[in-house]
Design a protein around this ligand. Structure first.
Ligand code: ZN
Length: 72
């Protein structure tokens, strides 16, 4: 096995998706979750709106993309 002969890059034809989950709360997390969104701006907008409505300020962000592994 020689892993060094490969390089990993983001697949430009693959979709990148963002999701935010509100984890505010002392004992029980709020748990409000955004839909799967097509960009970080949409995720930021969702979080800003949730903060404006609830005062919650702490989120977990989930980012997904596609990767390609190619010979060097
Ligand atoms: Zn919340």
């Amino acid at each position: 096995m020689r892993f060094i002969d490969y390089v990993t890059k983001q697949d430009p034809s693959g979709e990148t998706t963002w999701k935010a989950v509100c984890v505010s709360g002392d004992e029980v997390e709020c748990g409000a979750a955004s839909p799967v969104l097509g960009g970080d701006e949409a995720a930021n907008d969702w979080m800003a709106e949730h903060t404006a409505q609830t005062g919650h300020r702490r989120y977990k962000r989930i980012f997904e993309d596609y990767a390609l592994v190619e010979p060097k």
